[in-house]
Design a protein around this ligand. Structure first.
Ligand code: PXG
Length: 479
């Protein structure tokens, strides 16, 4: 018998919710391998221990209250402490905590959620989304997309159409297919990736990729045509699909020029390839709509979702499958040899339903579209007058800015100085979670945020930028 299982777990939480931070950190280092983490480095610092959350705030084990400008990890759209989501999970666990949806079985919350999602996804250009394939995460969903896209072309008698085109600096997850679709060179380097038949084009990032003096609109067209060039290079009869985030999230909130998506649509239509809209971050109100393709007016064939569908309260993801693909799969497909134990998990689906009802009742997508989103846009743009900041802009409830050394000359800091991390440190110390992607500082706050809370967040951001500027001067990195 393994006696270690008999050892009582250490007491890490004392009465009145006082936490033994050092003990938690020691056990964390000893046993918990975190995602995307340098564990040697973490062991010397000790992880920040987040212990509770309410509304738009989280608290750490030392009692510090922190305004969560990142909604957990782009997912707590409804905000923290929503009792109805916990109630929905409890009720469903007591009724049917699990049953699979293989072997010709189904469950009521999964059916209800699939129906609800089909109702929420707007019809575009005569195409609608009547079917959903469930998974537990964004990564799994994109694996499903690869399987679906290739199966679709097989069934249409074009099995040579295998290639999926994606973009550099895209994020589509961390499984083998997800990381391959993504355009993160660091991930590819460690995983012998991408897997075959996944290729990348450059991202539509005007600040970095435009020619001197090129307007945003001209650049948007040129960037979209990189897709056409790649299709012609690969061979149009070999391309299965193009996958992209409506606005790149993890890549640093890269908002494409308004000319980009219409030109992408022209190209995918011309060559008949499938369009996959990865809306893991952008759906469920994040850009002011239930789904982001609605905002940009393009017509995807598949939509990846996860995160905000449950406001992150429980893992759930999936793919909205448009009629073009679903009908082929259903009419010609026979058995699709793909699925997950937790596809259509009843508890996750029940929480998602409660979350969507809550968002509907409070009109969160509409509020972001018509009220708080425009207000955030106006307040965030004011940051452009800060000496350290350029390119501060928002899209719905995602926002990003660039930290620059010399604004007039658009001179960047040496990347080795990791100026974004300096700023992020000041954010934490001042009670704000803001994410650094290189020297881009980004936010994606809970959609429940009020105008007064936007003001509170903006005050914190300015304070952190000032503190960053002071530190950079002290270090001699800024004159
Ligand atoms: N697609 C997109 C567009 C995402 O943003 C995934 C897929 C993968 O989802 P899962 O649930 O498998 O993690 C994501 C996830 C960051 C960061 O640093 C962003 C994500 C995940 C982890 C970190 O901004 N997005």
């Amino acid at each position: 018998m393994n006696t270690s299982t008999l050892i009582a777990p250490p007491v890490l939480v004392q009465r009145a919710e006082k936490h033994d931070t050092k003990a938690i950190q020691a056990l964390d280092s000893a046993h918990f391998l975190h995602p995307f983490t340098d564990h040697g480095d973490l062991a010397t610092r000790g992880a920040r221990v987040i212990t509770r959350a309410e509304d738009i705030y989280v608290w750490d084990s030392e009692g510090q209250k922190i305004l969560d400008g990142m909604s957990g990890l782009w997912c707590v759209n409804a905000g923290y402490g929503r009792k109805e989501l916990a109630d929905a999970a409890y009720r469903q666990m007591m009724t049917l905590p699990f049953y699979n949806s293989f072997f010709q079985t189904t469950n009521v919350p999964a059916v209800q959620l699939a129906t609800k999602l089909a109702q929420l996804a707007p019809k575009v250009g005569g195409r609608s989304f009547n079917h959903v394939f469930f998974s537990s995460s964004g990564s799994e969903s994109n694996d499903t997309n690869v399987r679906l896209a290739r199966r679709y072309w097989d069934l249409l008698g074009q099995p040579q159409r295998k290639v999926i085109i994606s973009r550099h600096n895209a994020y589509h997850g961390s499984t083998m297919a997800g990381a391959s679709l993504g355009g993160m060179s660091g991930m590819h380097a460690q995983g012998d990736l991408p897997i075959p038949n996944i290729v990348h084009i450059e991202q539509p990032y005007h600040f970095e990729n435009a020619n001197p003096g090129e307007s945003r609109d001209d650049f948007g067209i040129r960037a979209a045509r990189w897709l056409e060039e790649k299709i012609l290079e690969v061979g149009p009869d070999k391309v299965a699909a193009f996958i992209a985030e409506p606005v790149q999230g993890a890549g640093g909130v890269i908002i494409p020029p308004q000319t980009y998506w219409p030109e992408i649509q022209r190209i995918v239509d011309q060559y008949g390839i499938l369009l996959i809209s990865d809306e893991v971050i952008c759906a469920f109100g994040r850009l002011g709509h239930w789904f982001a393709y609605e905002k940009f007016g393009y017509r995807p064939d598949m939509i990846t979702f996860a995160k905000g569908v449950t406001s992150g309260y429980i893992p759930l993801g999936g793919v909205m499958v448009g009629d073009r693909v679903a009908q082929v799969l259903i009419d010609k497909g026979g058995e699709f040899n793909h699925g997950y134990t937790y596809s259509g998990h009843p508890v996750a689906c029940a929480v998602a339903l409660a979350n969507l009802e809550l968002m509907e009742r409070e009109g969160l997508p509409q509020r972001v579209r018509e009220d708080t989103g425009p207000y955030l846009a106006q307040r965030f743009a004011e940051l452009n007058s800060h000496p350290l900041v350029t390119e501060a802009e928002t899209c719905g409830f995602v926002a990003g800015l660039v930290l620059v050394k010399d604004k007039a000359r658009r001179e960047m800091f040496d990347p080795d100085l990791a100026v974004g991390m300096v700023c992020r440190g000041h954010c934490f110390r001042n009670g704000l979670i803001m994410r650094a992607v290189g020297d881009r500082m980004i936010i994606a706050p809970p959609l429940s945020m009020t105008r007064a809370q936007i003001d509170e967040m903006m005050d914190l951001i300015v304070r952190c930028l000032d503190a960053t500027q002071a530190e950079l001067r002290e270090r001699g990195w800024l004159v």
